[in-house]
Design a protein around this ligand. Structure first.
Ligand SMILES: Cc1ncc(COP(=O)(O)O)c(C=O)c1O
Length: 393
């Protein structure tokens, strides 16, 4: 054990870091030298590889998960006056895209074990105006999809999974990306698979897929890059007022190699998560993540929850104390209904979603990524144990 006066680490351990290697660097250079750097052959190759990896019928690459969620709402015909149900415990973009469509975000509280949307609460929020639901697989733990899909089917609702955290996750033996109408992944810089910025929409629906492909590039009838190839034609038609939401071949160059490493990355995440859970098992002050038997957790995040009644410090002070040990952490998420815009615009108030609020007050995301070494993981364990023992009530 190190002396209590000196931090556990000399150097700061960031809460997230991408894990990129020579193959990614070489592929990007190859793309830069190829003469075609926006959406083109490598994006198609990445889509094919992703579709095969997940086992989905269609994979459509986009500029971000936010863009993909937005397109799914557009293609699903969600518009002004419609209501879309999601969870308070998510990143703002899940709900912002509902607002962009002129629809109303409706929130349903979470379950206190997985912190994912509670299907029973979701059903209570359904009105004749409800058109879609966006379950979010928080931290990479799949939501209760059977319950959600059954409720959605009874009420004729579109299901759009926010799978930003769920690369590699499985629900009852099925990979996320094959379970509902649409699932959208994020390849943001902190995610399990990164392209810097980027996203992928998976769907089984051929018509929806066609619409999404057209919508992601201005609403024109064929991919722009094909117009500039030797077999291309100058002619194109605008079918819809689409968006500029395409991926680029530079991003896809990263994605191709990140995808090939996905399983090994995930195994390391699983191993580190197991080490954390075992190391904190004897600390009643720390609630470790609950994992249902029927899922494979993607372990995008390792969220601990502090039992604040057993500690003399609050969550903010806990984070500061870990920072003092040179361990970076984060919080996922500030509930949507506590943000000023959502309160002002939709009348949400503190107290509306008590489970989410209670969870929020105690949660801290510890560093968990394949670039970490075993020593880094041990440092986090030691730092957490040290802070808990210093602030035990
Ligand atoms: C739950 C959730 N949904 C959506 C997003 C948006 O992803 P992107 O940055 O790829 O648009 C994020 C990003 O962090 C997220 O955490």
């Amino acid at each position: 054990m190190s002396n209590d006066e000196t931090p556990v680490r000399n150097q700061f351990l960031p809460p997230f870091q991408p894990c990129l290697g020579e193959q990614e660097y070489e592929e990007v250079l190859d793309t830069l030298r190829s003469g075609w750097i926006t959406m083109g052959p490598k994006t198609s190759q990445f889509e094919d590889a992703f579709r095969e990896h997940v086992g989905a019928s269609h994979a459509i690459a986009v500029s971000s998960c936010t863009a993909g969620l937005h397109l799914a709402l557009v293609a699903g015909g969600i518009g002004p006056g419609d209501e879309v149900i999601t969870t308070p415990l998510t990143f703002c973009s899940t709900a912002n895209v509902i607002v962009h469509q002129g629809a109303v975000p409706v929130l349903a509280d979470v379950r206190s074990d997985t912190y994912n949307i509670d299907p029973e609460e979701m059903e209570k929020q359904i009105t004749p105006r409800t058109k879609a639901v966006i379950p979010v697989h928080l931290a990479g733990h799949p939501c209760e999809m059977d319950e959600i899909l059954s409720i959605a089917q009874d009420h004729g609702l579109l299901v759009i999974e926010d799978a930003a955290h769920a690369m590699g996750a499985e629900y009852k033996g099925r990979k996320i990306g094959t379970v509902s109408d649409v699932a959208v992944f994020s390849f943001y810089a902190t995610k399990n698979l990164t392209t810097g910025e980027g996203g992928m929409i998976c769907t089984e629906d051929d018509d929806l897929a066609e619409q999404l492909r057209i919508l992601r590039l201005h609403g024109i009838s064929s991919d722009a890059w094909k117009r500039y190839s030797d077999r291309g034609s100058w002619y194109y038609e605008v079918q819809l007022p689409g968006y500029k939401y395409n991926m680029t071949d530079i991003q896809a160059s990263l994605g191709l190699h990140q995808l090939a490493k996905q399983e090994s990355f995930q195994e390391l995440r699983e191993e580190y998560a197991r080490i954390y859970t075992e190391a904190f098992a004897d600390l009643p002050e720390i609630v470790t993540p609950h994992v249902k038997d029927h899922v494979r957790h993607a372990w995008h995040l390792y969220i601990i929850r502090l039992d604040l009644d057993r500690l003399t410090i609050d969550r903010g002070q806990f984070i500061q104390a870990l920072r003092g040990e040179n361990i970076g952490t984060s919080v996922h998420f500030i509930p949507l209904h506590l943000h000023p815009f959502y309160q002002r615009q939709y009348g949400f108030q503190k107290g509306d979603y008590p489970v989410s609020e209670r969870v929020y007050e105690g949660i801290v995301s510890l560093p968990l990524y394949p670039k970490m070494t075993r020593e880094d993981v041990d440092d986090v364990v030691e730092a957490v144990r040290r802070v808990v023992s210093r602030s035990r009530r």
